[in-house]
Write a protein that binds this ligand. Structure first.
Ligand SMILES: [Zn+2]
Ligand SMILES: [Zn+2]
Length: 249
């Protein structure tokens, strides 16, 4: 396969932190589509060929589509387009709302294998976008989690082996939606809207609230600006414990 390797990510061997990955991802996402690798372009073509059928099936019945076709082919295409082959062996399957505690999706590691679970009742109460767009958005949201899980070092209990645990905690945080997740999700969402021909939303505002709920941490101005634009600010309401992105005129 002819491939330009200048944007390829080295296989995980050292101790890349989530922040290291974001820095390298910025370079990767700055490459204009005209300079994409052959495989990236091929994967995007395959995406546009296969996705109309998936969209139809999802809009008809998410549960049936998940159990019949599954969304692993979609993850594999997103991997080749956006995640530089790091998610090649990630599994993806449907799960019940009960299993997922009513979340749209979840990423889990069991015995070294990374699984993405997608809610089988997905998006059916979501008024403003089709079930298909909602599911595809969730798949991308979970792919960002899976990417950090696969490509960054989480450190180990045995502090002699490496000290990455601290970096992981600072960059990603307990619930998984820390600064590095936010930054990468923002660039993935922008690029995805540009190339997929579909307005995907990665639930980044909700993730800001989720991060606050699990860690009590607010994001700094720089992060908010980068992820939500120049006019965005974080409004914190201590009494109700809510944080909200607000946009000034
Ligand atoms: Zn490490
Ligand atoms: Zn998440």
């Amino acid at each position: 396969m002819a491939d330009n390797t200048s944007t390829a990510l080295p296989p995980r061997q050292g101790h890349l932190s989530p922040d290291d990955l974001v820095i390298s991802a910025m370079e990767f996402f700055n490459v204009p589509c005209s300079q994409w690798t052959d495989d990236q372009r091929l994967a995007l073509t395959e995406y546009h060929e296969t996705v109309p059928q998936i969209v139809r099936e999802l809009n008809e019945d998410v549960d049936r589509c998940l159990s019949r076709v599954g969304l692993e082919p979609l993850v594999k295409l997103f991997d080749r387009i956006f995640f530089r082959g790091q998610l090649f062996d990630v599994r993806c399957m449907g799960a019940t709302p009960e299993d997922l505690h009513d979340c749209y999706g979840c990423t889990e590691t069991r015995e070294g294998q990374v699984y993405i679970y997608i809610n089988s009742q997905h998006g059916q109460e979501d008024g403003d976008s089709s079930a298909a767009i909602s599911v595809i958005s969730t798949v991308l949201h979970e792919c960002v989690h899976a990417y950090f899980t696969k490509a960054a070092c989480k450190g180990s209990e045995d502090t002699d082996s490496c000290e990455c645990k601290q970096a992981w905690r600072e960059d990603i945080g307990k619930g998984g939606h820390g600064e590095s997740w936010q930054r990468l999700a923002a660039v993935v969402e922008r690029k995805a809207c540009e190339v997929l021909g579909m307005q995907v939303r990665l639930g980044r505002e909700k993730a800001v609230q989720a991060h606050y709920d699990t860690t009590g941490d607010e994001f700094g101005r720089e992060v908010i600006k980068f992820c939500f634009g120049e006019k965005a600010k974080l409004a914190v309401d201590d009494s109700s414990g809510t944080v909200e992105i607000v946009y000034s005129e």
